[in-house]
Design a protein around this ligand. Structure first.
Ligand SMILES: CC(C)(COP(=O)(O)OP(=O)(O)OC[C@H]1O[C@@H](n2cnc3c(N)ncnc32)[C@H](O)[C@@H]1OP(=O)(O)O)[C@@H](O)C(=O)NCCC(=O)NCCS
Length: 439
């Protein structure tokens, strides 16, 4: 299998490098940890290893060393499409090289072969109360799939440590193949009361399949958006809540299904994946307040200040690491302007991009007054008729799996150990502070 062969070929070299760090250079100091970082959510402590993506504060995400515009340009695309194959992105993240069109299509074919979701998963989803949050349903479905984990099965049969990654890869392909099917089923069931099993077609790519299974009107347009959305939301280093959860749970050798179900539960939090629905909500509030019209610049300026003065944040703006407009925002804004520049919400989002950074700068609190990925993503879904806000985090979840599973595979391939940071008591930290003051 294509991903297997490529990873297997590279593995000896990577293992040597990782082993050298662990054995020969273990005492070299990389970073110092401050009290502020300890009590501030471990912010910026350099303590994770990944070669799959890196967030540069001044530039944004790079996947395997490539910026978003470079990735979108270099990856092969389906015929007539402007946005690349998701399979090509998965190859890039797994293997570290830009695939040929044939290689990207091979990954797509691997997905098509594994897209059948077992019946009991549908039954379980159908038995849940109607009001269950779609993220809960998605996480439950992933947990239910754990029953078929090759990693778990082979582990209990005594699989050798060197072979962990092979079973991890098999599970990762099954998981990423079945996620869009499950997500589409949840969408049709929850918002339309339909319980027909979605059909994944080997003739269509990942994005086009998703558009078809979701049942949106403009399938060609939405297929492009789905590809873009999944690519952009795939990976964002290892420190964010969903990626880190996947890594942490996986470090206990919990299989990819157990680990990803946990990651989804983190993604479901309002400070993480749920922010995109809040952002669209804020835009619609502005739009509604001005009689379903795009307001003037001055009216928007005042509305933004009113939001801040009422003690709320302006969703979609600011970032924990980034200090420039998120390139994932820029890519989606470019998509919107290329496809539906006259759409009111797109025009409004563009005006917000012009006005809100000024307001945040005047307020002087946010370290980064620029937009993040969430400032526009809901607007694009809304345009194509996907208007159930609480579904947006499910979309994020499908995308996120494409980034965290390559990390999981490589963590097992390199034999990364169980995570176990050290805790201190408040008194111990206060003692360190007192000692520092006395010096
Ligand atoms: C993303 C976010 C959580 C990052 O948090 P952070 O790293 O603590 O951000 P900062 O260090 O810049 O925060 C410093 C101050 O600016 C405020 N701030 C940051 N972004 C803000 C925004 N968009 N609107 C209003 N205030 C903001 C913070 O609330 C904080 O205020 P405080 O000192 O009173 O607690 C934050 O910018 C935010 O809440 N943004 C809006 C929600 C959002 O878009 N979330 C999606 C993230 S991808």
């Amino acid at each position: 299998m294509i991903l297997y062969d490529q990873i297997a070929a590279q593995l000896p070299g990577w293992r040597e490098r990782y082993k050298a760090l662990a054995k020969e250079h273990a005492d070299v100091v990389v970073d110092q940890v401050t009290v502020g970082q300890i009590v501030g959510g471990m912010r910026d402590i350099k303590s994770l290893v990944t070669d799959i993506s890196f967030v540069d504060p001044a530039e944004g995400i790079r996947f395997r060393g490539m910026s978003i515009p470079e990735v979108l340009k270099a990856l092969p695309k389906p015929r007539g499409a402007k946005i690349p194959y998701v399979g090509g992105l998965y190859y890039l993240l797994m293997v570290g090289e830009v695939p040929t069109k044939a290689q990207a299509q091979e990954v797509e074919a691997e997905w098509a072969r594994r897209a059948d979701v077992p019946d009991y998963v549908y039954k379980m989803l159908k038995s849940m109360p109607k009001e269950t949050h779609p993220m809960t349903l998605l996480s439950q479905a992933v947990l239910a799939l754990q029953n078929g984990s090759q990693f778990a099965k082979k582990y209990h049969e005594g699989m050798k440590k060197d072979a962990y990654w092979e079973a991890a890869l098999e599970d990762s392909l099954a998981l990423t193949a079945q996620l869009p099917v499950i997500a589409a089923f949840i969408y049709r069931m929850k918002y339309f009361g339909e319980t027909k099993k979605p059909k994944y077609s080997a003739k269509l790519d990942y994005g086009a399949n998703f558009a078809k299974m979701l049942g949106v009107k403009d399938q060609k347009g939405y297929a492009e958006l789905a590809r873009l959305y999944f690519i952009l939301h795939s990976d964002h280093e290892s420190g964010n809540v969903s990626a880190h959860t996947m890594h942490l749970v996986g470090s206990a050798l919990s299989d990819p299904f157990l680990s990803f179900s946990a990651a989804l539960n983190g993604l479901a939090g309002p400070l993480h994946g749920l922010a995109n629905q809040e952002c669209l909500g804020w835009l619609l509030d502005v739009y509604g307040k001005f009689g379903n019209k795009v307001p003037s610049r001055d009216e928007l300026y005042k509305f933004a200040w009113d939001t801040l003065n009422s003690g709320k944040v302006i969703p979609g703006y600011g970032h924990a690491v980034l200090r420039v407009p998120d390139p994932r925002f820029t890519a989606q804004m470019q998509f919107a302007k290329a496809h539906f520049p006259e759409d009111d919400l797109v025009r409004l989002a563009d005006m917000v991009f012009d006005v809100v950074p000024t307001v945040l700068k005047e307020q002087g609190k946010a370290k980064n007054p620029a937009p993040n990925v969430d400032a526009i993503s809901g607007t694009l879904q809304y345009y194509y008729g996907v208007r159930d806000f609480d579904f947006y985090t499910v979309l994020f979840g499908v995308g996120r799996a494409l980034g965290v599973t390559p990390n999981y595979v490589w963590a097992r391939a390199l034999g990364q150990p169980i995570e176990r940071p050290k805790s201190l008591s408040t008194k111990m930290i206060e003692d360190v502070v007192a000692k520092a003051a006395a010096q």
